[in-house]
Each structure stands twice: as structure tokens, then as C-alpha cells.
Design a binder for this molecule. Structure first.
Ligand code: PRP
Length: 212
């Protein structure tokens, strides 16, 4: 698949297996999301622009480098929140804009409930964060919002994606790079990713129905 970058790294495979495991508790689940988000962010930022900067080390002066150009990270609420802090640690000057969306249980279509994206001064690079890309509807809507804002380079960071969801997403946004820890083969009749990891938002925030 073009423009799909799947992590191919022993650390990703290791941490992903713990994430998927149904007995992994919420606290550990959040840690796994955090670790995988950092691995994704490293890969998704490897071509960001740099400019020279003067650095004085304890021994001498030298020319170092610093990031240049505005970046925005855009988590899709709720589950995308789990990716914000780790990505922000690597991109501390990034803007953070939130998009609220939930997937209607009957139709599996995204329903937007919060958006405060500005209409001026688009970031140069925008990263949409969501741990799950199932049908791709939520990410499709989020990317469309960033494009309306005027972001010329939009990238998606997702922990697990379904192959058919990526294909549907790319049918609409073929230019957008998708960074994932794993591409799973199936969606079940309820549009859940299989093997997947269940509901990322519920597992992250300890709101599984049987805990209520
Ligand atoms: C989940 C997930 C994605 C979306 C993926 O969110 O976090 O946002 O569904 O599905 P899609 O690719 O078919 O659109 P959910 O609706 O469970 O909301 P939550 O983040 O509040 O848990």
C-alpha cells in the first residue's frame, strides 16, 4: 500500500503484543500507547525541516540544528488523547488542536461534537492522532478538517489500522501518509478491527461497560 508506513521494529512488535492482550490493565495500556506513539512519531517526523542554530557546548562553539516550520498535532477525542503527551514531548513547540468525534454504534459513521480548528495561519505539517483506524471514517473527517484549514502536509498516526479502512481513507486522501504500528486484516460485522485490541478509548480510560 502506497503512503502507508508500518513500524517494522522489535520494540513495536513487543509493545504492541502487550497492548493487544485483553488482560492488560488500563494503566499498562496507557503506557503501551505512549511507547508506541513515540515510535510512530519518530518515524513520522524523519523528514521535518531543520535550520542551523549556534550552540555553545562546555568545550566549544558549533553549529547545531533546530526544527523549523509550524507543526500541529490534532488528537481525535477521546482515544487520541493518549497519543498527545508522548508526541508533544518530541515536538514541544507543536500546536495542539482537538477534534471531538465518536462513531455512531448503529451506522459506524463519525459524529463530530467538538472542533475549534482555526481558520487562519495553517500549520505547515499537521499530525492527526487516533489509536484506531477501523472504517477510516473518523480519520477521513479529521483530515478533511485540516485540509479545509489549509494544512499542506497532513499525516496520520494510528496504532492499529484495518486494511480496508486505510484503502477507503486513501480513496479520498491519497496524498496523506499513514503511520501505523500494525495493519490488521479484518473488520468484524460490528466494524471492530480483528484481531485488534478492542475499544482503545474504553481500555485507555477504564470505561469498559463491565467496569461501570
Ligand atoms: C474509535 C477510535 C476511532 C474510531 C475508529 O473511537 O478511537 O476514533 O472509533 O473508527 P473508524 O475508523 O471506523 O471511524 P470511538 O467512537 O470509540 O470514540 P472514543 O475515542 O471516544 O472511544
Amino acid at each position: 500500500m502506497q503512503h502507508v508506513y508500518e513500524l517494522d521494529h522489535p520494540l513495536a512488535a513487543h509493545h504492541l503484543s502487550i497492548l493487544r492482550d485483553s488482560v492488560t490493565p488500563s494503566a499498562q495500556f496507557r503506557i503501551q500507547v505512549r511507547l508506541l506513539s513515540m515510535l510512530l512519531a519518530v518515524k513520522a517526523t524523519e523528514d521535518l525541516d531543520l535550520e542551523p542554530v549556534a550552540v555553545t557546548t562546555p568545550l566549544t562553539r558549533m553549529e547545531g540544528k533546530k526544527l523549523t516550520g509550524t507543526t500541529a498535532i490534532v488528537p481525535i477525542l477521546r482515544a487520541g488523547l493518549g497519543l498527545v503527551e508522548p508526541v508533544l514531548e518530541l515536538l514541544p513547540d507543536a500546536q495542539v488542536w482537538h477534534l471531538g468525534m465518536y462513531r455512531d454504534e448503529a451506522t459506524a459513521m463519525p459524529v463530530e461534537y467538538y472542533s475549534k480548528l482555526p481558520t487562519i495561519n495553517p500549520a505547515k505539517v499537521g499530525f492527526v492522532l487516533d489509536p484506531m483506524l477501523a472504517t477510516g471514517g473518523s480519520v477521513r473527517a479529521a483530515v478533511a478538517a485540516l485540509k479545509r484549514w489549509g494544512v499542506p502536509d497532513v499525516r496520520v498516526l494510528s496504532v492499529i489500522a484495518a486494511r480496508e479502512g486505510i484503502e477507503r481513507f486513501h480513496a479520498e486522501h491519497p496524498d496523506v501518509r499513514v503511520y501505523v504500528a500494525a495493519v490488521d486484516e479484518e473488520l468484524n460485522p460490528h466494524k471492530f478491527i480483528v484481531p485488534g485490541l478492542g475499544d482503545a478509548g474504553d481500555r485507555m480510560f477504564n470505561t469498559l461497560p463491565w467496569n461501570a
